[in-house]
Design a protein around this ligand. Structure first.
Ligand SMILES: Cc1cc2nc3c(=O)[nH]c(=O)nc-3n(C[C@H](O)[C@H](O)[C@H](O)COP(=O)(O)OP(=O)(O)OC[C@H]3O[C@@H](n4cnc5c(N)ncnc54)[C@H](O)[C@@H]3O)c2cc1C
Length: 380
């Protein structure tokens, strides 16, 4: 079990994805001494593979929407301090079918009373929001100013160093935690004595507390993604863009009784989108690359192999609502996150005294983790 020297900290965090970083930040801001363990030399899990969308508009009304807004505010606070690119670009949902327009209108009518800052806009107004939208056949849109864009690769690689510089968080990269016997945490190199441990291991359900994970109702979800080269001549997408398929994906739109008609039409006319869980969104990094995705495959159906068919479906659908100067794909990858099968927004468990698992943030970890971590610490 490593050297005989036992090191000490008040809090150990296992995993330097966004959930672990958020827990480390919350603990450090409470004045606690923190050690952060990441088994890889740098984090390469779901947190570096996403769009970098901070997406409050899609989150369910009430607690989760508030958690997303709080997370957005924390990103805005720490980004300049940590030297991260972050922009509050907002988002546009675009409608090309009457049933999609009906959902956007219903949402624009109901959602402001629930705390969403959204408004419906007509096709004639779209140019003022984004030059990238395909206006042919556009019948309506929904504008939301609350969404933020970060570059996940930059953020996840820089935040640990900032946590170290600002709060003295001890960084232990390339050091897997292989056992926890509270108050002891055993890594590949050392044993640490801590008061609390937060296990933020993402889609690794096997290494620590496998029995808890087996009973957790968590599953894995695989998403295929693509990225273009930087667009020419400083071309900007403007807001994050999404269209009708996305209305089926986010909990926020479930307040709309008109949503079922969209679901039924997609199932009838293009079952391949349901089959692969495809909805299509685009974001743009500070240096101009456009990130495009995604699909959703769950549990045992996940293979290590990416499907060209899925990428083609995503690109074909993207062309229906975005005009990109250069749609040549420069990178393709997939990412896997942990998600609750019952639709819940997080999984918090105490598998042993002094040990808390923080996981299950699904497809919204960049959007909810900072707020979630604050809630976890406030409740402890
Ligand atoms: C393709 C894709 C697109 C997405 N788009 C968005 C988006 O735009 N906006 C959004 O809000 N969310 C998005 N998400 C969801 C978001 O990325 C996830 O919710 C989030 O990254 C999960 O973070 P995590 O820290 O739980 O997991 P991870 O990022 O996977 O981190 C877990 C870390 O724990 C480490 N680890 C595991 N076990 C150990 C151990 N025993 N010892 C040491 N280290 C260990 C792993 O190496 C890993 O680095 C997307 C996800 C994917 C896959």
């Amino acid at each position: 079990m490593g050297s005989s020297l036992i090191r000490q900290a008040q809090v150990a965090v296992v995993g330097a994805g966004i959930v672990g970083l958020a827990c480390a930040l919350s603990a450090a801001r409470r004045g606690l001494s923190v050690v952060l363990f990441e088994r890889s030399p740098r984090a390469v899990g779901a947190s570096v593979r996403n769009f970098g969308m901070i997406w409050p508009v899609g989150q369910a009304p009430g607690k989760i929407h508030q958690r997303a807004l709080r997370t957005r505010d924390i990103w805005l606070d720490i980004a300049p301090k940590a030297g991260l690119w972050a922009q509050q670009v907002g988002s546009l949902h675009l409608a090309y079918h009457e049933d999609e327009r009906a959902v956007l209108e219903e949402f624009a009518g109901e959602a402001p009373a629930l705390g969403y800052e959204v408004k419906g806009i007509g096709p004639g107004q779209i140019d003022a929001y984004s030059k990238a939208v395909n206006t042919q056949g556009l019948v309506g849109a929904l504008w939301s100013p609350s969404e933020l864009c970060v570059d996940p690769r930059e953020a996840i690689s820089r935040l640990p160093q900032w946590l170290h510089d600002e709060y003295g968080v001890v960084l232990r990269f390339g050091e897997p935690v292989h056992a926890i016997e509270a108050p002891l945490v055993h890594t590949s190199q050392d044993t640490w004595q801590v008061e609390r441990t937060f296990v933020c291991s993402g889609q690794d359900f096997e290494s620590l507390y496998p029995e808890t994970y087996a009973a957790s109702g968590l599953t894995r979800c695989k998403l295929q993604m693509m990225r273009t080269k930087p667009q020419p001549e400083d071309w900007r997408l403007g807001p994050h863009l999404a269209a009708g398929l996305t209305l089926r994906h986010y909990a926020a739109f479930e307040i709309c009784s008109s949503l079922q008609a969209v679901r039924d039409r997609v199932t009838r006319e293009s079952p391949e989108f349901d089959r692969w869980g495809i909805h299509v969104m685009a974001s743009q990094t500070g240096i101009g690359e456009v990130t495009i995705g995604d699909s959703h495959e769950y549990g045992d159906s996940i293979t290590p192999f990416d499907r060209a068919e899925i990428d083609d479906l995503i690109i074909d659908y993207l062309r229906t609502f975005i005009r990109l100067p250069d749609l040549a794909v420069a990178e393709r990858w997939h990412g896997i996150y942990a998600k609750r099968t019952d639709g819940g927004d997080d999984f918090i468990a105490e598998p042993a005294p002094g040990v808390t698992i923080v996981n299950g943030v699904g497809g919204a970890g960049m959007t909810t983790s900072f707020g979630l971590a604050e809630e976890v610490f406030a409740g402890s």
